[in-house]
Write a protein that binds this ligand. Structure first.
Ligand code: ADP
Ligand code: MG
Length: 681
């Protein structure tokens, strides 16, 4: 059997039931398991002498064991106590509920333990450490190395995931390499086998960085090649000519004067739409820069030309909000706007579809499902995609394949540095809105430690007393797989805030695992001011507009990228009120706190995106691949990498425009898979 198709049940410890859990994470074969990279790493590389341990640090000690002793606690748990020592001092270990430790550890043997040191006075302890015999520790996977931390699902432990990944790598042997030897040599990239071995089980952070650089390079190169081939595929495809002469009428209907950036972007798009070629334009602008106006202007022009436009938002919530805005502004101009979302009743949806097919409707506002559900248009001339973070090559390929080649306008949710946008969006023309509408107050941003939580809660009460509203953002919905992670789960936190912290306030909850209907209802209660405090996951990240919200508190902010935090922060500062953003740094340590400080010093999304690129490398901007290189700590922070990828793509295509040479087979397949929206190595 082809090694790529080996089922997961070939692995020791993976039953049919457990294989289903891995499938939930996106791996249905041994090969796909190897492609799922860790989400983080635990640093167990440091070995210290017992006398130099400080309280609370997690490190290894290398010691000689005494006699392990088994007893029971008052509550009936087994307890193995073990005293051990190195040349500098004595350390006591306690193992709860692991009676077998007594037989595993031999008095007089040398072991390496990893755990959290508890130091008080002259006493040094560790509770439930992991350990290996000194010889084994050289090749083992528990101590003296970097240990992978995987994304899990209920029923899977880190132990299960690590064991499966280890076996998968061993079983697979060689990993096919999509990068041609010449590219690897020129850009000093390791081979695929080394990369996957070391992305999963790096002995140290240097090897991890080498592996990460190579995987990221391969992924970015695939994107770059795919977007260039899309551009070539489109060529000078003929596009219909729209009538843009009525735009002044649209401007006159706006309740405000458009900014220069807005008219600039509208002019760019209008020029595309009269050129006779198909438009594929990306509008980049910071959060709050008013990208919706650009979209509305073009939808208006389409309607005036007697054709139809589709406006697609990433969530039902946003679709509803945009529908309201479109109706308010375009309605009076005689444009027939219709809503098409999953939360409509079957009957309403059928009516909407009929109106779209007959041409009774000029502009449809809905979720991305408009396109994927195969809605029939009488005459679709324009497709606008709003707030796309990850407008993958696959989706773009899909768009182009849509009948009648409609013009495509994409509103980007995050500002992206220019070098990167050339790779990610090489096939698109770009308009950038640099300024915000006049009169915006910058959001004052602070990084707080736990000690200030009490004071923060006071401020929340005070603001709510003044009639303002507050967001609390959590990184997770439910209790995490790892109780030590310290992540605030939204559901539990909302209960805590409602019951004990703010019993006098109305606390709402919205998260991605809720039914669209419930999510919509919860959001509407917040929009209407019925709820004072909204606890939410990042579902509110894009586009949601509640001008009365004056404070956003982001828990475990170290878990988010700077650009994402900036997006979240953009939920406040939308009215005339002074607005604030409080970031809790969590357990991220000093480096993480420093990273967060960037947000305190600037409100410019482009500057923040550049900082993100410098500090965290390009990995954050790439989510195109199914499994993604999501680990924050890949440590690929080389900004030159992006330029190297661009150069490599140009060289490859100059040499072999259709990637037909045998040594380019791997890349060609990867590009094709990406266009189909499938993961490839
Ligand atoms: P984004 O670029 O984040 O999608 P929106 O289009 O949602 O921004 O606009 C944010 C807010 O700014 C909206 O409430 C909108 O009405 C307002 N707005 C947009 N353009 C202007 C302008 N030129 N002058 C004043 N307010 C504006
Ligand atoms: Mg928007």
């Amino acid at each position: 059997m082809n090694a790529r198709e080996l089922p997961l049940t070939k692995l020791r410890g993976v039953s049919e039931a457990r294989a289903k859990l891995f499938a939930k994470l996106g791996a249905e074969s041994v090969y796909e398991l190897v492609l799922i990279t860790p989400r983080d790493y635990e640093d167990r590389t440091e070995v210290k002498s017992v006398s130099s341990l400080t309280d609370g640090e997690s490190v290894c000690v290398s010691v000689v064991a005494g006699e392990p002793r088994l007893s029971r606690t008052q509550t009936g748990l087994t307890l193995v106590k073990l005293r051990a020592a190195d040349d500098t001092g004595v350390i006591d270990f306690a193992f709860f509920n692991q009676p077998y430790v007594r037989d595993n550890i031999k008095a007089g043997g040398e072991y390496v333990f990893f755990g959290k040191a508890e130091v008080s006075g002259t006493s040094v302890r560790m509770t439930n450490p992991v350990y290996e015999k000194r010889g084994e520790a050289d090749t083992g996977d528990k101590t003296r190395r970097v240990v992978p931390v995987y994304r899990l699902t209920a029923g899977l432990s880190q132990y299960n995931a690590r064991s499966a990944a280890r076996q998968a790598l061993d079983l697979l042997g060689d990993v096919p390499d999509i990068l041609p030897q010449a590219i690897r040599a020129k850009y000093k990239l390791c081979d695929a086998r080394f990369a996957y071995e070391n992305i999963h089980f790096p002995p140290d952070f240097i090897k991890l960085a080498i592996a990460g650089r190579r995987l990221l390079f391969a992924e970015m190169l695939t994107v770059a090649l795919a977007s260039r081939s899309l551009k070539r595929g489109r060529g000078d495809a003929p596009g219909r000519v729209l009538d843009v002469s009525a735009l002044p009428e649209f401007y006159a209907a706006l309740p405000f004067a458009p900014t220069a950036g807005q008219t600039g972007a509208i002019d760019d798009a209008a020029r595309d739409c009269v050129s006779g070629r198909v438009m594929t334009r990306l509008v980049q602008g910071d959060v709050g820069s008013g990208k919706t106006v650009v979209a509305m202007a073009l939808c208006f022009a389409s309607a005036r030309s007697g054709s139809q436009a589709a406006f697609m938002a990433p969530t039902e919530l946003l679709a509803s909000q945009h529908f309201d805005t479109f109706t308010k502004i375009l309605g009076p101009l005689g444009v027939r706007v219709l809503r098409l979302t999953g939360s409509l009743t079957a009957k309403k949806r059928a009516e909407a579809r009929a109106a779209i097919a007959s041409g009774e409707c000029d502009v449809v506002v809905g979720t991305h499902a408009i396109i994927s559900d195969g809605v029939e248009f009488r005459d679709l001339a324009l497709v606008v995609t709003d707030e796309q973070h990850r407008f993958g090559v696959g989706q773009r390929a899909n768009l182009s394949a849509k009948g009648g080649s409609p013009h495509a306008l994409v509103m980007s949710a995050t500002p992206i540095p220019r070098t990167l946008s050339l790779i990610l969006f090489g096939d698109l023309d770009v308009s950038t809105i640099r300024e915000l509408p006049p009169g915006r107050l910058p959001v004052k941003t602070f990084v707080y430690s736990e000690a200030k939580r009490g004071r923060l809660y006071e401020s929340v009460r005070k603001l709510a007393g003044e009639g303002r509203q507050i967001y609390f953002i959590c990184p997770a919905v439910e209790e995490s797989e790892n109780p030590d992670s310290g992540l605030k789960p939204a559901v539990k936190y909302a209960r805590e805030l409602a019951e004990t912290v703010f019993p006098e306030l109305a606390v709402g909850l919205v998260h991605g695992a809720m039914k669209p209907k419930d999510k919509d209802a919860a959001m509407r209660r917040f929009v209407s001011g019925e709820t004072d405090v909204l606890v939410a996951t990042t579902v509110v990240e894009v586009g949601v507009d509640v001008p009365n919200a004056a404070l956003i508190v982001i828990e475990n902010a170290d878990r988010f990228g700077l650009s994402q935090l900036h997006q979240l922060r953009g939920r406040v500062g939308r009215g005339g009120h002074a607005s604030f953003c409080v970031l809790f740094g969590g357990s991220g340590g000093e480096a993480a706190k420093e990273r967060l400080q960037t947000l305190c010093s600037t409100n410019d999304g482009f500057e923040i995106a550049e900082a993100d690129l410098l500090q965290r490398g390009p990995g954050d901007f790439f989510g195109t691949r199914q499994h993604g290189l999501s680990a924050d700590r890949l440590a690929v922070t080389d900004p030159a990498l992006v330029e190297e990828v661009g150069a490599a793509a140009d060289e490859l295509l100059a040499d072999d425009p259709k990637l037909k040479k045998p040594e380019h087979n791997g890349l060609r397949d990867a590009v094709a898979a990406m266009m189909r929206g499938v993961a490839a190595n």
